[in-house]
Write a protein of this length. Structure first.
Length: 124
């Protein structure tokens, strides 16, 4: 809502709005809260997955070094390919986390804007 309407327009909608309009504001705020929490939980899971991928990449590097030292050329090349695959996966996971953070920021801004409109500070 905050992207479609200015703060002043939202304030006018809140103040002059029908109970149905106010209910839509409340539903939008609740949806934003829910999505902020869901994105946070998913981001934590992805971060843990990132750590697992890093550990797996390290194991492939170690195995590749061992294969190289033992002159198992085919196995060494295959290990290197898995390291590269893990590197690509880590890059994708980092990009996903960045995009989730951007989306979460937008929902936080939405929630903040709607809360400011629905709970204006008292007049002094």
């Amino acid at each position: 809502m905050h992207q479609a309407f200015s703060s002043q327009e939202l304030n006018t909608l809140w103040v002059t709005g029908t109970p149905n309009a106010k209910q839509k504001f409340e539903l939008q705020m609740e949806s934003s809260r829910h999505l902020i929490q869901a994105i946070s939980e998913e981001s934590q899971l992805i971060s843990r997955l990132q750590q697992n991928v890093k550990e797996t990449r390290t194991q492939w590097r170690e195995l590749g070094a061992h294969c190289h030292d033992a002159r198992y050329a085919t196995n060494s090349v295959i290990s290197d390919n898995y390291v590269k695959s893990n590197d690509a996966l880590l890059a994708s996971l980092s990009e996903l986390l960045s995009k989730l953070a951007t989306i979460q920021h937008r929902y936080r801004l939405e929630l903040s804007t709607l809360m400011a409109v629905s709970n204006p500070p008292p007049d002094r």
